[in-house]
Design a protein around this ligand. Sequence first.
Ligand code: SF4
Ligand code: SF4
Length: 286
Amino acid sequence: MIVAVASGKGGTGKTTVATSLASVLGDRAQILDCDVEEPNCHILLKPTILTTDTVNLPVPSVDLEKCSLCGKCGEVCQFSAIVPIGKTVIAFPELCHGCGACSMLCPEEAIHEVPRNLGVVETGMAGPVEFVQGRIRIGEAMAPPLIRAVKARIRNNKFAILDAPPGASCPVITTVKGSDFVIMVTEPTPFGLNDLEIAVEAIKDLGIPIGVVINRSDIGDSAVRDFCRNRGLPLLMEIPHHRRIAEGYAKGALLIESMPEYADKFKKLTDDISMIIGIPSKGSSL
Ligand code: SF4
Ligand code: SF4
């Protein structure tokens, strides 16, 4: 089973939920931090990193001696990452998605691919939980290929938990795509509602069932609950704003370490998700 934990904005408690969920599942769980620009599951789970793999994207390099300026590379590239201009062809590696179409279609074999470093994927163990995280190279903007490299480590026999980047843009969709279920973590405030609405709208076209966890549930108003009811989104759990949680978080402790009574609620959360999607919570549906 693959469950993505997402939120419309940062700071709602997404990683708090993902890490406690992984922790209660123990050796059945694999957590994959897909928030490659700011991975922080490791702060709470304190894994031992065992492997570090560099992730490269193949980008075009043009041999102008061979180029006949036919223009086909510019026509096929959907991202304007290679542009024939006048008597030359300019490649923009930072825009390239590495699809390989330009080099494949070049009639003169004037394009060869060179690797561009995107970042690393690290794997390890956090106690009994398998741990994977992506870390994008500083200054790099192309997160989706690195996220796909993280997701390539999903193990079929595990309950895979994907900690998604915040927001509703391409990296979120790349993370969530292919999941069996999405947990949206939000707050009961106008800001939380606004970002939840945007994120649900972005994800709904993927046809993946969504459930909601409300963090700091005793602040704000009832608009998020009303939204869930109106949209038929199951409200899976409410986590109150509690001093013990805040103090534990400040020390890098898991929610279930600060509030051990929440372990049963997180176990129930996995059972509820399994029931909603009809997959036993022991492994993956891949
Ligand atoms: S497709 Fe090849 S030959 Fe044609 S413009 Fe591009 S690099 Fe030059
Ligand atoms: S590899 Fe794909 S995305 Fe990159 S420049 Fe070529 S056609 Fe464009």
